[in-house]
Design a protein around this ligand. Structure first.
Ligand SMILES: Cc1cc2nc3c(=O)[nH]c(=O)nc-3n(C[C@H](O)[C@H](O)[C@H](O)COP(=O)(O)OP(=O)(O)OC[C@H]3O[C@@H](n4cnc5c(N)ncnc54)[C@H](O)[C@@H]3O)c2cc1C
Length: 299
């Protein structure tokens, strides 16, 4: 049975919205198709009239500095996101997460727009974008709006986008300043069931050996990608050392609860891994931030 009648490839946003208008509610946005086509083929979604592939639209394919922020187009393939020098300079956590998604084939066609659009609480790209304080630009026939990444999620697999009507154009993150650093890490089952057992991303700002600002994102720790606000507050104003890391692990257990999943891991194993990842992402971000401070003093 055919699962869609038309596969349309608009080359501009106005053309995409024309297609959307002519196919009404029976159309879906597709980028790399690594999630969506599987869902349609496995009949987790009803057949549709049209798939509108947004990867030929130039606005969705840019990576550039705009208004003091780094813009990353929603349709840039993941391997280009991870290989971008601008992303490596301003969002190390994002370069690291997109460099680990799937295998080379998935990264060659899969996109950040699709990773966020799929709305899973442990999407690797999404977790790092959250720690980097990303905002999304979302376009519809009525115009475009900016929305904080966390507001794009309603629940597991449910985004706040109007399905088939709104298109994520891209994401922007603040340019990384001296004294700031970020990192991403995850644990995956060896046989690699699409999503990780657990993932985590941190972003720190360090001045005079003290953390002046912190962001920590964890997945899957609830229905949507989660910021661990209690940890962020707890480590602020402090120096990262073994004693602080030990205390931070205790705080983590009070603010992040994991559940057992038959495909991936028990909650107990996730609790254990969370401590390992917490140490890893905080220490790496801390050292990167210090390194960039040292770089400034040597200039
Ligand atoms: C073998 C395999 C391994 C994988 N490994 C990982 C992994 O390690 N980590 C991980 O996080 N994910 C993984 N995934 C999931 C998936 O590949 C990624 O989430 C990928 O980023 C999805 O991007 P896509 O462009 O293929 O999305 P698509 O399949 O094209 O779209 C996914 C969803 O987003 C919507 N969408 C896509 N683009 C837009 C847009 N611009 N605007 C609005 N809505 C949009 C679609 O309508 C759909 O609902 C894996 C998948 C496979 C098949």
């Amino acid at each position: 049975m055919p699962t869609w009648k038309y596969y349309l490839l608009p080359t501009s946003l106005p053309q995409a919205f024309q297609y959307i208008q002519s196919h009404g509610p029976s159309c879906l946005i597709v980028s790399g198709g690594t999630d969506l086509l599987l869902e349609i083929q496995q009949e987790h979604r009803a057949p549709v009239d049209a798939l509108i592939d947004v990867t030929r639209i130039p606005e969705l394919n840019a990576i550039e500095v705009r208004d003091e922020r780094l813009f990353i187009g929603a349709a840039v393939p993941l391997n280009q996101v991870s290989g971008s020098l601008l992303v490596q300079q301003h969002g190390q956590a994002l370069a690291e997460s997109t460099g680990q998604i799937g295998g080379p084939q998935v990264r060659a066609v899969g996109t950040l727009g699709g990773n966020v659009g799929h709305a899973l609480p442990a999407g690797d790209g999404a977790i790092s974008l959250l720690a980097l304080d990303a905002w999304a630009e979302v376009a519809s026939a009525a115009g475009s709006r900016r929305i904080a990444l966390a507001q794009l999620y309603k629940g597991p697999g449910v985004s706040a986008l109007e399905a088939g009507k709104e298109i994520i154009v891209g994401f922007d993150i603040p340019l990384q300043q001296v004294g700031q650093g970020s990192a991403f890490s995850r644990v995956m089952r060896p046989q690699g069931v699409a999503l990780p057992i657990i993932n985590m991303a941190a972003w720190l700002e360090v001045r005079d050996d003290h953390i002046t600002e912190a962001r920590l994102a964890v997945g899957p720790a609830g229905p949507v990608p989660k910021r661990a606000g209690d940890i962020e507050t707890f480590i602020q104003g402090k120096t990262l050392n073994d004693a602080l890391l030990t205390e931070a692990k205790q705080v983590l257990h009070t603010c992040v609860q994991f559940r057992s999943s038959p495909l991936r891991a028990t909650s107990g194993y996730r609790d254990h891994l969370a401590e390992v990842l917490l140490k890893r992402v905080l220490s790496t971000s801390w050292h990167r931030a210090l390194q960039s401070n040292r770089g400034r003093r040597q200039e």
